[in-house]
Design a protein around this ligand. Structure first.
Ligand code: ADP
Length: 561
């Protein structure tokens, strides 16, 4: 016993070690590594950096697209410019027609060797701001182009492709400060050495109300699809905020709100002096990063819980298996012991009788009785084991037949009556004779009764009492087997119906048993559609109540596994 205990302890230790080393440690390490990586991730803001880079790229691409469009528009008007050879009136006329055709322009001008013609959008000539602008252009451009600077510019333009250059400045319109983009270019049909320079000025209102909003909307719609459903917003603002003030968008796409841009790109070339900003609608990259980290922590938490749950379950199951293995080992030793004792007794008494030494009939009778009783015990045990193995193999068959259950119980008790009285038990029998016939497997029910009665006899100490009751209770027939024996502790009451289970009571320990009886009783009862319950107080006794429903008990047929 000592050895087994030691082995049990050793096995448990080994199990813990295996669980610990093979499963717990790697699981814990995995959880630890993930948590620390996530923390690290939060610190490094890799996600934010990644989004920032993506935003930078988007802004660069957007600027290129805007520039391309602006260049294409200038290119288009450049084709329509009058050649410098024609007389001034015709030039003016041609420029006016060009402006009419291109309503996105405020002015168009042509400088030819010292003289300049500046024309303004015909519909807007009366506008004070445009008039001022034109006057400034007409006065300052010839000075500037005529100087060395202008010549260098023209030479540069001839070499450049396209032959266009932008010059940006602040101007004014009725609704406040405005952005003026002026394109200078050389004309296609003019020889390189001639100082001829043409140009147009974009209408600031057109840029603000049509060009920029259209472009922004296009970029946002194009790119939102790549951003995992987080809608983007973009805006255009002056590159430098006015002294002491925050940057305010000049034009913004829908949903910009009043947040700050995540990334701001200063534009040059066509729209120098302006900046392009981008952000997510209604959220920030930081918030996105944080919510990502939170979500990851949550998922990790759930996964960790699942791993821990799995481990607990595994440990539980392995422990259960180990307990079952131990019960099986005990079972084998109990059964061998139980087989050996009656066999030895039978042999001993049979040999004694054979020798003819027993002379008195009374003594002989006693020996015969012992032999019968022991063989009955053997039969009961073997029947239990056979039934059990059939049940385990799923081959147990029940044969249901219309039965007078009162008769069945009485007969079963009768064959035990002598043994009961011999052992000094007071038998109290209360069997209702008027019970209806029930369809049961007679042999199985008899075996259940025998097991219950046997247990009552086995597990009684001082007070030897056996009560058997059979009565009708609503739709069921109930069989009660009661003793005033050692009783069963509360925590054991649900386990005693499991196979091989025996309580730790010293009396149980010293009493022979296989731990199969009650598990068979339960199987038999359930096969009949009934149930078995126990009421017990340690030291006071137990009452087993087997109930067979009348209605369903009569319907049972065939094989039950
Ligand atoms: P066993 O062969 O050990 O009697 P059973 O399956 O019949 O196997 O019973 C399982 C265990 O339930 C017993 O070992 C015993 O500990 C407990 N038990 C069963 N019947 C009684 C009873 N009438 N009084 C006290 N304990 C009982």
């Amino acid at each position: 016993m000592k050895r087994r205990k030691f082995l049990g302890g050793f096995n448990r230790f080994r199990l813990m070690l295996t669980l610990g080393l093979a499963v717990l440690l790697p699981a814990a390490a995995l959880i630890y590594v993930n948590v620390s990586e996530l923390r690290h991730f939060e610190r490094d803001k890799v996600l934010e950096a990644y989004i920032n880079r993506d935003f930078q790229e988007m802004l660069a691409i957007s600027e290129k697209k805007m520039n391309k469009k602006a260049y294409a528009m200038v290119e288009e008007t450049r084709e329509l410019f009058p050649s410098p050879g024609v007389d001034p009136a015709e030039k003016e006329d041609k420029l006016d027609r060009l402006l009419e055709k291109s309503p996105w322009l405020s002015h168009a001008f042509l400088y030819d060797e010292g003289s300049i013609i500046v024309r303004t959008q015909p519909g807007q000539v009366s506008d004070k701001f445009l008039r001022d602008e034109r006057e400034t252009m007409a006065e300052s451009y010839p000075v500037w182009i005529g100087a060395r600077e202008g010549k260098t510019l023209i030479e540069g333009l001839h070499r450049k492709s396209p032959h266009i250059m932008f010059y940006n400045s602040q101007t004014k319109r009725a609704d406040g400060p405005a952005f003026l983009a002026v394109a200078f270019f050389v004309l296609p049909q003019v020889a390189d050495e001639r100082v001829v320079l043409a140009g147009i000025a974009f209408d600031p209102c057109y840029l603000k109300k049509v060009f920029f909003p259209g472009m922004l909307e296009e970029f946002v719609n194009d790119r939102t699809r790549d951003q995992g459903g987080n809608r983007l917003a973009m805006m255009i603002c002056p590159a430098k905020a006015p002294e002491g003030r925050e940057i305010t968008p000049m034009v913004a796409s829908a949903g910009w709100g009043d947040g700050k841009p995540e990334v701001l790109r200063k534009l040059d070339d066509v729209f120098g002096g302006l900046a392009l900003g981008i952000k997510y609608q209604g959220t920030s990259v930081q918030a996105l990063g944080q919510s990502w980290v939170h979500r990851s922590f949550l998922i990790l938490g759930i996964l960790s819980l699942m791993i821990i749950g799995g481990l607990v379950l595994t440990k539980h199951m392995v422990s259960k298996e180990m307990a079952l293995a131990k019960l099986k080992a005990d079972f084998v030793s109990n059964v061998s012991h139980e087989l050996r004792t009656p066999l030895a007794l039978i042999r001993l008494y049979a040999e004694t009788l054979e020798l003819g030494r027993i002379t008195t009939t009374e003594k002989k009778q006693q020996y015969y009785r012992i032999i019968r009783k022991e063989s009955e015990r053997l039969t009961a045990l073997i029947n239990n084991i056979l039934d059990f193995s059939r049940i385990e193999a799923g081959r147990k068959e029940y044969e249901f037949r219309e039965t007078d259950i009162a008769d069945l119980v009485r007969n079963t008790l009768d064959s035990y009556r002598y043994q009961i009285e011999q052992q000094g038990f007071a038998l109290e029998e209360s069997i209702d004779p008027s019970l209806p016939a029930v369809r049961v497997d007679r042999e199985a029910i008899a075996r259940a009764v025998v097991n219950l009665v046997n247990n009552a006899l086995k597990y009684s100490a001082e007070e030897k009492f056996l009560g058997v009751k059979l009565y009708r209770d609503n739709g069921a027939v109930k069989l009660e087997v009661e003793d005033h024996g050692i009783g069963i502790a509360r925590r054991d009451q649900s386990k005693i119906f499991e196979k091989f289970y025996r309580t730790g009571d010293p009396l149980v320990h010293n009493t022979k048993g296989s731990g199969l009886g009650l598990s068979l009783v339960r199987h038999i009862t359930e096969a009949h559609g009934g149930d078995i319950a126990v009421e017990s107080t340690p030291g006071k006794g137990s009452r087993f109540i087997l109930s067979l429903p009348l209605a369903t008990a009569t319907q049972q047929t065939g094989v039950v596994q």
